[in-house]
Ligand binder design. Structure first.
Ligand SMILES: *Cc1c(COP(=O)(O)O)cnc(C)c1O
Length: 227
């Protein structure tokens, strides 16, 4: 697999931004109400630098270690960069995640809430947090099951206060995602949460139609990843 050139990354970003704006307008929303999270996992720092040069500031990474290695030097030069952790988080990585992330999108179980609360106290720094909901109740996927979501969200709001800003999901691959997206947006509204992170390269326009405030796009910007 070869990495895309900086001009290909810039062209992909322009295309994606146009499509996000069009989908937002179509849904009667404003383009600036949808934040593009550029998912740079597995891609080198040079790919991130190309996206930054093309005006992108918000990035998503799956692994804390990889994110720290890539983003701490980039952020030293570009203080406006924002890093979202979007991959499953082990409790023993909570402290480093709190240190490097601006947003942790994958708060998905009580033990992780314990670890994050402890890490936030020790680091004296609180990233924004999203509760990940397993909207398809799939055995192989992380996320709090639908049935437990309301109770878990309420305990997280009580523990983390305003740092708990929203919800995130990855719907089942083999189903129409629209109903799952609609469910997540409704759940966020019920709890007074403003951030709804949903939609990837294959389905972000559907997600925007259902109320996504953040879409997470990797391959549409940086090209395909190794399996
Ligand atoms: C990899 C990943 C994405 C981006 O996926 P693409 O299909 O490449 O856009 C979005 N969200 C999460 C949680 C991911 O792991």
């Amino acid at each position: 697999m070869t990495e895309l050139s900086p001009s290909e990354i810039a062209a992909n970003l322009a295309c994606v931004r146009d499509r996000i704006a069009a989908a937002a307008r179509q849904a009667g929303r404003l383009p600036q109400d949808v934040t593009l999270v550029a998912v740079s996992k597995t891609h080198p720092a040079a790919a991130v630098a190309a996206a930054v040069a093309a005006g992108q500031t918000v990035f998503g990474e799956n692994r804390v270690q990889e994110a720290a290695g890539k983003f701490l030097p980039l952020r030293a030069a570009n203080p406006r960069l924002r890093l979202h952790i979007i991959g499953g988080l082990q409790t023993n990585k909570a402290r480093e995640a709190v240190r490097v992330a601006d947003v942790i999108e994958t708060l998905d179980r009580p033990r992780l809430a314990d670890a994050l609360e402890d890490a936030i106290a020790r680091e004296g720094r609180a990233p924004d947090l999203l509760v990940q909901v397993n909207v398809g109740d799939e055995a192989q996927k992380s996320g709090i099951p639908r049935a437990g979501a309301d109770a878990f969200i309420e305990t997280c709001q009580a523990r983390f206060g305003a740092a708990l800003t929203g919800l995130m999901c990855i719907p089942p691959l083999d189903a129409d995602p629209a109903a799952h997206f609609a469910w997540l947006a409704g759940c966020a509204a019920r709890h007074g949460l403003r951030v709804v992170s949903m939609g990837m390269s294959a389905d972000y326009e559907t997600a925007i139609a259902q109320g996504a405030t953040h879409v997470r796009l990797g391959s549409a910007i940086f090209g395909t990843r190794p399996a």
